[in-house]
Write a protein that binds this ligand. Structure first.
Ligand code: PLP
Length: 420
C-alpha cells in the first residue's frame, strides 16, 4: 500500500508533458482556415482521445450486442463493457457502490430525472428550491417545471460583482422550507469554482437535499462525492472527453431506492402484468429502454484515460493556464473580463465594447481559434452583469500558453478590424 501511495505521489509531481497529451487527441492536429487549430471551446464540448475512439470502434466492430439479456458472446461482452464503465464512473467519483451510478443522456437529463422523481415525490406547495444566480439553464428550468407542478417556490442566491455567491447570501436564502438546493460546482459562463462542500453542509443543516451540477467540474477537478457531501452529482460524458449523448447521475443508494422510476420501459422492470408492474433494483430502475451502450463504453474509456493522466496533475496545469490567461487577457486594451472570482478555472468570458461577441468569434475563427459567443445557456448571469452575451474561451489540460498568446493576437486582430 505504501508503495502504491509513493508511486502515486511521484506521478503527481511529474511535469505535465502537454505535447504528449496533445498527441492523444487527433482532432487537435488539424488546420482550420489555414492555421493550426486552437480549440478553446471546451466548456461546450471537449475533444476525444484515441482511447475513446478505439473503445467506440471496438464496440461497433466486435462487441455490438444488446446488454443484460443476451446469452450470446457479443451480448455478454457488451454487458461486461457497459458495467465496467459503470465501475469506472464509480471510481472516478469515489462513489461507494456501482449501483449508485445511473447512466443518463447527460447532465441535463440527470437533473431532470432528480426533479421529476425525487422532486415530485417529496416537494409540496410552500416548499423551496434553492439555486444560485449563475446556474446553467439545465439547472434552472427542471426546477421551475417542478415548482409549477408542486406549488414549490424557486429561490436564488445572488451573485456579487466578482461573480461569486457569498456564504452570507447563500445562508440568507436557505430556510427550513428549503427542500432541495441545486448548484453548479463551476460556472460555465464565469469559471467561478463554488465552495460546494461548505454550501452542502449549510443546506443539510437546514434539512435540504443537495444536487451538485458537476458538468464543468468533472472535466477539471478531482471529484470525491464523499468529500463534497452532496446527495446527487451530475456530469456529461462529452465534457469529460467522452462521447455525446451519455452522462452520469450519482445518487446515494438510499435516496435512489426510495425514488419512483423516471421513465417506463424495458430493463427498468422486475415483472410486468396488466394488473401490477414491479420495478427493477437500482440503478436499472432508472435506465429504461436500450441505453446508449456505445456511449457508456466510450465514457468508461474516457474516465480510465483521465485516471491514468491524474486529475490532480491536470488541475494543477490548468491553474497555471488560468493565471497566465487572466494576466495576458486583462492587459489587452478594450477587453473586459466578466467574472473575477478568487477561485476560478481557465474560463475567460470577454466583452469588447462596441463589438458583438459573434463578430469577435468570427474573426477568431478566421485565425483557426475556436471560442464560443452567446449567453452560454446562462441568461440570468448575463443579465446580472448587464450584457446580452460574451465571447468565451474555455481551456482544457491539452491547451498551452502559446495558444493563449494566439488568442491574444487574435483579439488584437479584432481590434484592428473593428478599430475599438
Ligand atoms: N450545467 C452546466 C454548468 C453546463 O455547463 C452544461 C453544459 O454546458 C450543462 C449543465 C448541460 O450539459 P449537457 O448539455 O451536456 O446536458
Amino acid at each position: 500500500m505504501a508503495e502504491v501511495v509513493s508511486i502515486a505521489a511521484a506521478a503527481a509531481s511529474l511535469p505535465w508533458d502537454v505535447d504528449a497529451v496533445r498527441a492523444d487527441f487527433p482532432a487537435l492536429a488539424q488546420l482550420v482556415n489555414g492555421h493550426p487549430l486552437v480549440y478553446l471551446d471546451n466548456a461546450a464540448t471537449a475533444q476525444k482521445p484515441r482511447a475513446v475512439l478505439a473503445a467506440l470502434e471496438n464496440y461497433y466492430q466486435r462487441d455490438c450486442g444488446n446488454i443484460h439479456r443476451s446469452v450470446h458472446q457479443l451480448g455478454e461482452r457488451a454487458t461486461e463493457a457497459y458495467e465496467r464503465a459503470r465501475r469506472n464512473a464509480q471510481a472516478f467519483l469515489g462513489a461507494a457502490e456501482p449501483r449508485e451510478i445511473v447512466f443518463t443522456r447527460g447532465t441535463t437529463e440527470a437533473i431532470n430525472l432528480v426533479a421529476a422523481t425525487y422532486g415530485a415525490a417529496n416537494l409540496h406547495a410552500g416548499d423551496e428550491i434553492l439555486l444560485t444566480g449563475m446556474e446553467h439553464h439545465s439547472n434552472i428550468v427542471p426546477w421551475q417545471l417542478l415548482a409549477e407542478r408542486t406549488g414549490a417556490r424557486v429561490k436564488v442566491a445572488g451573485v456579487n460583482d466578482r461573480g461569486e455567491v457569498e456564504m452570507a447570501e447563500f445562508e440568507r436564502q436557505l430556510s427550513p422550507r428549503t427542500k432541495i438546493a441545486a448548484f453548479g460546482h463551476i460556472s460555465n459562463a464565469l469559471g467561478t469554482v463554488n465552495p460546494v462542500a461548505e454550501w452542502t453542509a449549510r443546506a443539510h443543516a437546514a434539512g435540504a437535499v443537495v444536487l451538485v451540477d458537476g458538468a464543468q467540474s468533472a472535466p477539471h477537478l478531482p471529484i470525491q462525492v464523499g468529500a463534497l457531501g452532496c446527495d446527487f452529482f451530475a456530469f456529461s460524458g462529452h465534457k469529460v472527453f467522452g462521447p455525446t449523448g451519455i452522462g452520469v447521475l450519482w445518487g446515494r443508494a438510499a435516496l435512489l431506492e426510495a425514488m419512483p422510476p423516471y421513465q417506463g420501459g424495458g430493463d427498468m422492470i422486475a415483472s410486468v402484468s396488466f394488473e401490477r408492474t414491479t420495478y427493477n433494483r437500482i440503478p436499472y430502475k432508472f435506465e429504461a429502454g436500450t441505453p446508449h451502450i456505445a456511449g457508456a463504453i466510450g465514457l468508461g474509456a474516457a474516465l480510465e484515460y483521465l485516471q491514468s493522466l491524474g486529475m490532480a496533475r491536470a488541475a494543477a496545469y490548468e491553474q497555471e493556464l488560468a493565471r497566465y490567461g487572466a494576466e495576458r487577457l486583462a492587459a489587452l486594451p478594450g477587453v473586459r473580463l466578466i467574472g473575477q472570482a478568487r477561485e476560478r478555472t481557465a474560463v475567460f468570458s470577454l466583452v469588447i465594447e462596441g463589438v458583438h461577441p459573434h463578430d469577435v468569434a468570427t474573426v477568431l475563427d478566421t485565425e483557426g481559434i475556436a471560442v464560443r459567443a452567446g449567453h452560454h445557456c446562462a441568461q440570468p448571469i448575463m443579465d446580472r452583469f448587464g450584457v446580452p452575451a460574451t465571447t468565451r474561451a474555455s481551456l482544457a489540460f491539452y491547451n498551452t500558453r502559446t495558444e493563449i498568446d494566439r488568442l491574444a493576437e487574435g483579439l488584437e486582430k479584432v481590434r484592428r478590424v473593428f478599430q475599438f
